[in-house]
Design a protein around this ligand. Structure first.
Ligand SMILES: *[C@@H]1O[C@H](CO)[C@@H](O)[C@H](O)[C@H]1NC(C)=O
Ligand SMILES: *[C@@H]1O[C@H](CO)[C@@H](O)[C@H](O)[C@H]1NC(C)=O
Ligand SMILES: [Zn+2]
Length: 236
């Protein structure tokens, strides 16, 4: 999906930040915590706030500043707060931020800056992954609008849809050949594409309930996709 170079960067990145992205996906709720991010540099006491280097560095002493807990992923990644994101721009921004805050660049700096760079790295990594994939992006955007999908919403799903999912799962369990798995995979991918288009429209119309409904479906399809991935790994 992304170029080899980014993938390499990504792998390097992964070594550094052992956080589990999925779990921290909605860590934007930190944004609603009281953002007492002091606007003074921790190092020299100089005035902080946005400036060259995107507010990451003190304008006076150039020391790396702590992450701003009030900043959401869209703002961090320079994207409009919208479901439609330009993934090329997102990727460029990701690389730009990596160049600013990657721990490798702070090996000769103070422990405080090392710690901050680790924190920044984890957040940047999460922000990129979250905004890149339509499902996590949609869930994040929904959360910013105060709508969450609780675990175990099965009882609220329409039974016809649940039946559809059950049938796909059964087919997958019974699939004997690679071709059969591939066929199921492309069916699910087509569904996800359709859902992505639909949810995009729902967000455009500020219809968050509709978006929630579609994203819930996408979660089911995404679970199936995980199972397909597992099935594709040769078991011996
Ligand atoms: C963000 O939205 C503004 C106004 O709708 C638009 O002009 C601009 O091109 C958008 N930026 C991106 C990166 O999509
Ligand atoms: C997408 O929306 C169309 C029109 O509302 C609907 O017919 C279709 O079933 C939706 N697709 C999925 C996968 O939910
Ligand atoms: Zn300073």
């Amino acid at each position: 999906m992304w170029g080899g170079r980014v993938q390499v960067l990504f792998r390097l990145w992964g070594l550094r930040s052992a956080g589990v992205p999925g779990r921290r996906l909605l860590s934007c709720s930190a944004a609603s915590e009281k953002g007492s991010s002091s606007l003074r540099c921790w190092n020299c006491g100089g005035p902080g706030g946005p400036g060259p280097g995107d507010g990451f560095f003190c304008q006076q002493c150039r020391a790396l500043q702590p992450p701003d807990p009030t900043r959401d992923y869209f703002s961090l990644m320079d994207c409009n707060r919208s479901f439609r994101v330009d993934t090329t721009k997102l990727q460029n921004r990701f690389q730009q931020l990596q160049r600013l805050v990657h721990p490798d660049f702070f090996s000769q700096r103070s422990q405080t800056e090392k710690d901050f760079s680790e924190k920044h790295s984890t957040i940047v990594n999460d922000a990129y992954k979250t905004l890149l994939a339509p499902l996590s992006r949609g869930l994040y955007l929904l959360k910013l609008h105060g709508v969450e999908i609780p675990e175990g919403t099965d009882s609220e799903m329409d039974s016809q849809f649940l039946m559809e999912i059950m049938e796909i799962n059964e087919k997958l369990a019974e699939a004997q050949s690679e071709a059969a798995v591939k066929e199921i995979e492309s069916t699910v991918q087509a569904k996800q594409k359709e859902c992505t288009d639909n949810v995009s429209r729902a967000f455009e119309q500020d219809d968050f309930e509709k978006a929630k409904e579609i994203l819930t479906k996408m979660k089911y399809f995404s679970n199936v996709e995980e199972k397909i991935k597992l099935k594709k790994i040769p078991s011996n």
